[in-house]
Design a protein around this ligand. Structure first.
Ligand SMILES: *[C@@H]1O[C@H](CO)[C@@H](O)[C@H](O)[C@H]1NC(C)=O
Ligand SMILES: *[C@@H]1O[C@H](CO)[C@@H](O)[C@H](O)[C@H]1NC(C)=O
Length: 373
């Protein structure tokens, strides 16, 4: 509970602002410590940061940690440390609204992988059991299909399909209709298609994933249920497919429902975590700020003869709470219960050249096709 309370307070605080540091207290170029990227403390902080990123997001799929790419620690005297993390990540098959922990989510198969990089700033105060991430940003790209094809030209695999393709909507609608028909009581409507691919099997086949909402009426023969609660949230995610052979249609569907948020909250409050590391937390209580940017496959952007042009950063991720090389203060008093004003010093995100020889760390999936260059 000692941890949960300050974090709840943190959620209510609106004045989590960066303020300029007065000239006279500027420190001589602050010391950043490099750590190995396979260090167990670093991995624990990285795992928490990613959990935090996932729980902050409202859209997209849960990201899992593939490897720690870089880490710098900035010690803050008695207050603990601020870590600057660069993480190489992979998209999993769990939607963020499922609120599943990234470790519990499945990997995508190689030719459907989406991978990228996140940067996160995270404040760690072990004695006070505080973990707080004021900011993150990520950039993702789908795996290069050209590279996959060049390795395995004859491997059949579905190609990603534009979500606005009417065939995609048809596959979602038809598969959901099948689900509703087989459902004994509740009825669902399509909220949003989240992923789609297509492949020629014995005719055109479309594979879709989509969020569904619950309709506020139960099944009764002969009546259409079109009423919709205006703000009803998605309650689950379905995987469906529609394949055609001549005039024959084959429809497949399976749906998974999200745990209700109320239930998740009760469980986190009633089960204080008793692990021996201080790096545990209730992720749903923290609200870091950031976004996940989706870019196209790498090759699409880089023409063959890019000579003369300055090299484009493959996974640009901007994360700077300040541009002042001396740093600026970040008020974190709301994380503490006392009346004291507690301030951290945050720096511009360290450059990539500053890194330990033991970075990047070992990758869980070390195929170069899913590792940012
Ligand atoms: C995160 O990235 C966006 C652009 O994708 C940028 O506008 C924003 O300033 C970044 N956040 C920080 C804290 O740098
Ligand atoms: C990373 O750490 C684990 C556990 O400490 C160890 O088993 C593994 O060999 C290490 N890997 C590398 C590449 O150092």
């Amino acid at each position: 509970m000692g941890l949960l309370l300050p974090l709840a307070v943190c959620m209510l605080a609106t004045s989590c602002m960066v303020a300029s540091l007065p000239e006279q207290v500027l420190m001589p170029s602050p010391l950043l410590l490099s750590h190995g990227c396979n260090n167990s403390d670093v991995l624990a902080v990285a795992g928490f940061a990613l959990q935090d990123i996932n729980s902050d997001r409202k859209d997209g799929y849960v990201l899992s940690l593939n490897r720690v790419n870089n880490v710098q620690e900035h010690r803050q005297d008695a207050l603990g440390s601020v870590y600057y993390l660069t993480l190489d990540v992979l998209e999993t098959d769990c939607h963020v609204l499922s609120k599943k922990a990234w470790r519990d989510c499945g990997e995508r198969i190689l030719h459907q992988s989406v991978y990228g990089q996140c940067k996160a700033i995270i404040y760690v105060n072990k004695p006070r059991r505080i973990l707080y991430s004021p900011a993150y940003n990520c950039t993702l790209r789908p795996v290069s299909r050209r590279k996959i094809r060049s390795r395995c030209p004859d491997c059949p695999s579905p190609s990603p399909t534009d979500l606005s393709d009417p065939k995609v909507l048809e596959a979602a609608t038809e598969s959901l209709a099948k689900y509703n028909k087989e459902s004994t009581l509740k009825q669902y409507s399509l909220f949003k298609v989240t992923r789609a691919s297509s492949q020629w099997v014995f005719g055109p086949s479309y594979f879709v994933e989509y969020l569904i909402r619950e309709l506020p009426c139960t099944k009764s023969p002969g009546t259409a249920c079109i009423l919709q609660l205006p703000d009803s949230p998605p309650v689950g995610i379905c995987k469906g497919s529609l394949s055609k052979r001549g005039l024959e249609k084959f429809v497949d569907v399976s749906c998974n429902f999200f745990e209700s948020q109320e239930l998740v909250r009760i469980l986190t409050v009633e089960e204080p975590q008793q692990k021996n590391t201080a790096l545990t937390d209730s992720p749903s209580e923290v609200a870091p700020k950031g976004s996940v940017q989706h870019l196209p496959e790498l090759e699409d952007e880089q023409p063959e003869d890019s000579k003369g042009k300055s090299p484009v950063e493959a996974f640009p991720v901007q994360l700077d709470l300040t541009t002042n090389p001396q740093g600026e203060t970040l008020d974190v008093s709301f994380l503490f219960l006392g009346p004291m004003k507690e301030q951290l010093v945050v720096l511009p995100f360290p450059k990539e050249e500053q890194r330990s020889a033991e970075c990047p760390g070992p990758a869980k999936m070390d195929n170069p096709l899913v590792l940012p260059p």
